[in-house]
Design a protein around this ligand. Structure first.
Ligand code: ATP
Ligand code: MG
Length: 187
């Protein structure tokens, strides 16, 4: 099988802007086309209509069809890297669990995702609430209203000035429509 381009989408927005709603639409579209999705969440609050998969049975991660979810626990990233393939992998609200400690496991997953045909969507509340490494691999950033200081990601953003302008523009539009967002390609 030939390798295809894989996507890494970062979705950023303050509380309640509509990130999970946006990602759910992408997931529903994938499922309609009979593709797979694995959703990692910090807790049991969102995505609870989706059946869980038990990480102690990695063959279940390899073989299920359509969508499953996992509540993050230590050691789960290598299990995902070794068993999940051909589908969308979502890290919803990742600030709680993608930390300095998970950096090397995350790196490993990012560099192996092409062979495994895994597209990734990472969701966070702002630029400083997702690991810096993700920006260097990102194919697009979906930006809702954010309130954090983007300067702290200056050295990993591909076009810092464009992103600053986008943040200001989006925050202004969000005054009228709190669910406003733009998709900013990272090429
Ligand atoms: N485009 C939209 N138009 C109208 N309402 C929306 C839209 N997107 C989301 N909402 C509503 O806004 C609320 C928050 O949406 P959602 O849970 O997707 O936000 P979130 O960014 O994931 O929040 P959190 O940061 O708490 O995880 C929900 O009630 C949702 O139905
Ligand atoms: Mg959410």
């Amino acid at each position: 099988m030939t390798e295809r381009a894989t996507k890494l989408i970062i979705v950023l927005g303050y509380n309640g802007t509509g990130k999970t709603t946006f990602v759910k639409k992408i997931v529903m579209n994938e499922l309609k086309h009979k593709r797979r999705a694995l959703i990692v969440t910090p807790d049991d609050i969102e995505w609870n209509t989706i059946e869980m998969v038990n990480p102690r049975f990695p063959e279940r991660i390899r073989n299920y069809v359509l969508a499953r979810r996992l509540i993050y626990e230590d050691g789960i990233l290598p299990i995902i890297a070794n068993n999940y393939r051909n589908g969308l992998l979502i890290f919803d609200d990742c600030r709680a669990y993608l930390t300095a400690q998970t950096d090397s496991d995350l790196h490993n997953l990012l560099i192996r995702r092409r062979q495994k045909m895994i597209d990734i969507i990472a969701v966070g509340h702002g630029f400083t609430e997702v690991p810096p490494k993700l920006f260097t691999f990102a194919s697009e950033i979906v930006l809702f209203r954010t309130i954090d200081n983007i300067d702290r990601r200056k050295n990993v953003l591909k076009d810092f000035a464009a992103m600053q302008a986008a943040q200001a523009r989006i925050n202004q539009k969000a005054e009228k429509n709190p669910h406003y967002f733009e998709v900013i390609p990272q090429v």
